[in-house]
Design a protein around this ligand. Structure first.
Ligand code: CTP
Length: 440
C-alpha cells in the first residue's frame, strides 16, 4: 500500500491496517500456482463457514488437491459432508479418528501439504495459535507444520479490534504467518464494521502469491550473517552492540520458506535457529569473517545483516583484569570488513546485499556504502533510537532499500514503512530475487 505523504510502501501483511490488497488474478495464473499443489484448509466456527465451501470448490477446480479440517464449532454451521463433496476427500474432524488412511493424523496431514490456509479464523483460534495451544486437530496441525500458513480472520469488529486479538495477530505475523485483512460491511451480529471474511478472490490471490513465493528461491544458496559480534577484552568483558539478530533470522527463515538452501552465520543471540536453515554460531568478527569466507563457494546470494564490531581490543587477556590495576586505556585494531571481502571474492553471479546502520544522513551514507563496498543492494535502517522506535533490538523496522540498476548502474530506492521484521524480510527478498533474475 503506497502512502503519498511519506513516500513509503507498507509491506504485505505488515499490520491490521496495512494488509496489501492483492490484484485479482486471471484463471491461468491461478491454475499455474495451484495445479498439483496440496492445500490443507482449516475451517473455524462462524457464520462465514458457508463461504469457505465456495473457496474449497474454487481451489479444487483450479487443480489443487484440497483437504479440509473442521473445528467442532465449524461443524455447527456447515455439515462436514458439504466439504467432503467439494474437496472429494473425507473431512478431518477428529484427532483420534480410527478409520483414517493417513499415518498419524496430524503429522500425515501436514507432511503432504504445500500450504495451510485457516479460513474464517475466529478470535479464539487465533489466540490458541498465538499461545501454542493444541487442543484439537486444527491447532495441533498448525503446531506440527513448517509449511506456509495463511490466516483469513472473520469476527465481530470489537473482537477484532480488542487489544488481545491485535496482539495475537502481531505475534503470529512475527512468526511468519500471513494474514488476509478482513473486509468491512454488515456483520451477522447486526453491526457494521471490519470483521467480514475477506472476499474469495482476495484469499485465493494471497494463497497463490504465497505458493509462488514458496518456490521462488528454490535454486539459491543463501549465506546470511546476523546478530552482533563480541570482542572480548578478558573473560569478563567484551565490546558489542544492541543487535538482537531478529532481522537476519527473519531473512533466513523467509529464504528457507521460499525453497533456498540457507546458511546463517550468527553472532550471539537468544533466538532459536530458524526452521530450515543451517546455523553456524560464532562470537567475534574474526570468527564470523572466517566462517563466511569458508562457506562462500557455491553461494548465489550473500546478505550481511550482522552488526559486526568494527574494532577489537589489540590485546585481550585470558586472565580477568582487576579493577585495582589502575585506569585502563584500550588500544583497538580494525576488524576485517566481511562484506567488502565477500564482494571481492564472491562467485561471479552471486548477489551481495548489505545493511547500513545509520543515525543521520541515512540514504546518502547508505549509497556511499553501496558503491564503496561494491554491493548490489543495501538496506538502510535507523539506529538513532533504541527499542521500539529504532532497528536495534526491536521487532519492527522501517527501511529504505537501495540497489544498483543492471546496465546503467543508476541507484534506485524503495522506502518501506515500519512493519514486523518478517514482512520487511519478505520485501527485501522480493527485491533480491528480482535483482538475481536480472543477473542470471
Ligand atoms: N560489515 C561487515 N564487516 C564489518 C563491518 C560491517 O561485513 N567489519 C557489514 C555489515 O554487516 C553491513 C554493512 O557492512 O552489511 C554496513 O555495516 P555498518 O555497520 O552500517 O557500516 P560500517 O561498514 O561498519 O561503517 P561505519 O561504521 O563507518 O558506518
Amino acid at each position: 500500500m503506497y502512502d503519498e505523504d511519506t513516500d513509503t510502501l507498507s509491506p504485505a501483511g505488515s499490520c491490521m491496517t496495512a494488509f496489501a490488497p492483492l490484484s485479482p488474478q486471471n484463471g491461468d495464473d491461478r491454475q499455474a500456482a495451484l495445479r498439483d499443489r496440496t492445500i490443507l484448509v482449516g475451517v473455524c466456527g462462524g457464520i462465514a463457514a458457508y463461504k469457505c465451501a465456495g473457496i474449497v470448490s474454487t481451489l479444487r477446480q483450479s487443480g489443487a488437491d484440497v483437504h479440509v479440517i473442521m473445528t467442532e464449532a465449524a461443524q455447527k454451521f456447515v455439515a462436514p459432508l458439504t466439504f467432503a463433496a467439494l474437496s472429494n476427500h473425507d473431512v478431518h474432524t477428529d484427532m483420534f479418528a480410527k478409520d483414517t488412511t493417513w499415518d498419524i493424523a496430524h503429522i500425515g496431514l501436514v507432511r503432504k501439504t504445500d500450504a495451510f490456509v485457516i479460513l474464517n479464523a475466529t478470535a479464539n483460534t487465533i489466540a490458541k495459535l498465538a499461545h501454542g495451544i493444541a487442543d484439537d486437530l486444527l491447532t495441533t496441525c498448525v503446531l506440527a507444520t513448517r509449511k506456509p500458513l495463511l490466516v483469513a480472520p472473520a469476527m465481530n469488529t470489537q473482537m477484532l479490534e480488542a487489544d488481545a486479538t491485535q496482539a495475537n495477530i502481531r505475534c503470529l505475523q512475527e512468526r511468519g504467518f500471513e494474514f488476509v485483512q478482513p473486509a468491512a460491511g454488515f456483520l451477522a451480529c447486526g453491526e457494521t464494521g471490519d470483521g467480514r471474511l475477506a472476499e474469495e478472490e482476495e484469499i485465493i490471490a494471497a494463497l497463490c502469491a504465497m505458493l509462488t513465493r514458496s518456490r521462488s528461491l528454490a535454486s539459491e544458496h543463501v549465506l546470511i550473517t546476523a546478530g552482533p559480534t563480541r570482542e572480548f577484552l578478558d573473560p569478563a568483558r567484551f565490546l558489542s552492540n544492541p543487535s538482537s539478530g531478529r532481522m537476519g533470522y527473519a531473512l533466513a527463515r523467509e529464504a528457507a520458506a521460499r525453497g533456498a538452501a540457507v546458511t546463517l552465520v550468527s553472532g550471539p543471540t537468544e533466538l532459536p535457529a530458524p526452521a530450515g536453515a543451517e546455523r553456524v554460531s560464532v562470537t567475534s568478527a574474526l570468527d564470523m569473517h572466517a566462517a563466511v569466507l569458508e562457506r562462500l563457494r557455491g553461494t548465489t546470494m550473500f546478505i550481511g545483516a550482522a552488526a559486526v564490531a568494527d574494532f577489537r581490543p589489540s590485546a585481550s587477556s585470558k586472565i580477568k583484569t582487576k579493577k585495582e590495576d589502575a585506569d585502563v586505556n584500550l588500544a583497538m585494531t580494525r576488524n576485517p570488513d566481511i562484506i567488502a571481502d565477500v564482494a571481492r571474492q564472491k562467485p561471479p553471479a552471486c548477489l551481495v546485499v548489505g545493511f547500513a546502520a545509520e543515525t543521520d544522513d541515512m540514504e546518502r551514507n547508505a549509497e556511499d556504502k553501496l558503491l564503496r563496498k561494491g554491493l548490489d543492494c543495501i538496506v538502510v535502517n535507523s539506529i538513532a533510537a533504541h527499542g521500539t522506535d529504532g532497528a536495534f533490538g526491536a521487532r519492527d523496522n522501517a527501511v529504505t532499500i537501495l540497489w544498483r540498476q543492471a546496465g546503467n548502474g543508476h541507484v534506485e530506492r524503495c522506502r518501506l514503512a515500519r512493519a514486523p521484521k518478517t514482512a520487511i524480510a519478505a520485501a527485501i527478498l522480493d527485491q533480491a530475487a528480482a535483482l538475481r533474475a536480472q543477473r542470471r
